[in-house]
Design a protein around this ligand. Sequence first.
Ligand code: TXA
Ligand code: MG
Length: 321
Amino acid sequence: MAEIGKDIIKAKAILDAGELVGIPTETVYGLAGNALQSDAVAKIFETKNRPSFDPLILHTSSLDKVYDFVLDVPEVLRELADAFWPGPLTLLLPRKSNVPDLVTSGLETVAVRIPSHPLTRSLLTSLDYPLAAPSANPFGYISPTQASHVNDQLGKKIQYILDGGLCEVGLESTIVGLEEGEVTVFRLGGLDLALIEHIVGPVQVMSHSSSNPKAPGLLKSHYAPSKPFILGDIEELVERYQQKGLDFAIMTFQQDLSQVAERNKIILSPRGDMKEAAKNLFSAMRILDSMDVSVILSELMPNEGLGKAINDRLKRASVQA
Ligand code: TXA
Ligand code: MG
């Protein structure tokens, strides 16, 4: 298994050698490699089992450095960068030719983000190249929000995981770019849409599609547990599955259903706090997935604030059910 620790110098040495390191961010853990070295980037795809048509996000530590990889930051996106970086925002920007094709899957835009996690910020500051880092999970599975999640799934394939504790946000970054001149959200995420609209006014949100998506991250089958994951009115679902006599576990936002045994339920935020629910979501899905039951039942969150991003993940997780 991988070594887990807080040694930035060690992480840097491994990255400098063209190898990969698990890194904490405020959103989810990333599987990082030197973004300017095609061999290191190829290892990322291989390690995650990720198709090469799904491009990666560049992580760096300052806006100055961002200009090393992009031709331009359009004014309206610059406003978002000023407001939310470092933080859970990814911008799609016209790339310079020093960004390897493999990073962008041949697209003319590159996804860039300045994460806020202090450990990873120190690491990025110490490097003279940006890090390409997708979420550190096998392709299609739930994103990791603590070092042990990364170790459980990719520990045999990487040497080192930088341990930054639990991810504060718990949802992947919100991806924003321009589409025909309009500010467009390509993936709902840890930065609340309302905060974005507060700065730039109403924006359009790209919907998912299972084939030929504009952003491959919009593939519906992402974020899925390996058990059937069923969404609906939770009380109805519980009644139906009890009648069928099937073993199940449930996930709710705030409600505690007394008809379900304690060990078979997870409440994301008993006090009804959407940020707390987001922070707990992916760990909860992993725990449910590892329980000795045949299906997972869940309700949708109230569709407001981060609830929209959570619901997006829940719907995608439920497709394979
Ligand atoms: O919070 C996050 O964004 C995390 C942490 C580690 O930073 N990273 C993450 O990366 O979620 P990943 O690879 O799991 O998702 C990145 C998504 C991909 O689904 C990809 O399709 C989209 O970003 N993307 C990357 N470059 C793009 C581009 N040029 N145009 C459209 N979408 C792009
Ligand atoms: Mg991912």
